[in-house]
Design a protein around this ligand. Structure first.
Ligand SMILES: Nc1ncnc2c1ncn2[C@@H]1O[C@H](COP(=O)(O)OP(=O)(O)OP(=O)(O)O)[C@@H](O)[C@H]1O
Length: 236
């Protein structure tokens, strides 16, 4: 059982904090959905956990390891992997090459690749296609596969359904839910399709103006009558 824990975390870019005083945890086998209006700081929070935005105060641990001094690569080797929203594949490489590149430095790349394909079997259909020629859904699946090559225990996923058609949104979220069940991953996901994400999440956290406004069981928050209007605007 792994647990990512944030305690009174403040983070941002340069010296300025974008998110403040965030206390939250994500454990193996659960999906926690991070929702909130545009500009609330959701991506920044995720990036600070991955090591690509700066933590200025507070604590960030995975089990007993302090992540704050660690680089993004070192965090990945401790089991915390990040799937960015944009530019998350190398467009001129094939899907297979993208997977291999993500495990650069490990001496068991073929085994890792087979494990990832076993978790995401549709990848097999376009392994030899160049990533730049993939559909949006295929590209996001390839990016997810790349993230899984480090054998993470905690997955940080930034808007994996951005730009996808409604049926593909559900498919991607279902795949993430399967990963929690089959591989025991803990997933923290930022998602604009709040209703679809809440339906598959265990817990939800609402971020407004860089602060944690609400947290609780996803089903409870989804059932609140004013929830959509308050927190998601048009996206509920
Ligand atoms: N690299 C950066 N440098 C400085 N400020 C940034 C950077 N990236 C984002 N910001 C600022 O941080 C604030 C929060 O942005 P962020 O992308 O984290 O919000 P968000 O909740 O993910 O929004 P959205 O739902 O629109 O993606 C915004 O004011 C944004 O302009």
């Amino acid at each position: 059982m792994t647990q990512l824990h944030l305690q009174n975390l403040c983070a941002g870019y340069g010296g300025a904090n974008i998110v403040s005083d965030i206390t939250l945890s994500v454990a193996s086998g659960e999906i926690v959905t991070l929702v909130g209006p545009n500009g609330a700081g959701k991506s920044t929070l995720l990036k600070s956990l991955a090591g690509v935005a700066r933590v200025t105060q507070g604590h960030l641990t995975v089990d007993d390891t302090d992540l704050i001094p660690l680089s993004p690569f070192e965090r990945a080797t401790r089991g915390v992997a990040f799937m960015p929203q944009d530019r998350n594949v190398f467009r001129t490489l094939t899907v297979a090459e993208n997977l291999e590149t993500s495990a650069w430095g490990y001496d068991d790349i073929p085994a890792r690749k087979e494990e990832v394909i076993a978790l995401l079997p549709t990848l097999r259909n376009y392994l030899n296609k160049t990533a730049g020629g993939l559909s949006g859904g295929q590209r996001q699946m390839a990016a997810l596969g790349m993230t899984l090559m480090s054998r993470p225990t905690i997955l940080l996923v930034d808007e994996p359904t951005a730009g996808l058609s409604p049926n593909l949104v559900g498919e991607m979220l279902d795949v993430l839910q399967t990963l929690t069940r089959r591989a025991g991953l803990g997933i923290l996901i930022v998602e604009q399709n709040a209703r679809a994400a809440l339906a598959r999440a265990d817990r939800a956290v609402v971020l407004v103006d860089g602060r944690l406004r609400r947290a609780g069981p996803a089903s409870e928050l989804a059932a609140e009558p004013d929830f959509g209007a308050l927190f998601f605007g048009d996206h509920a």
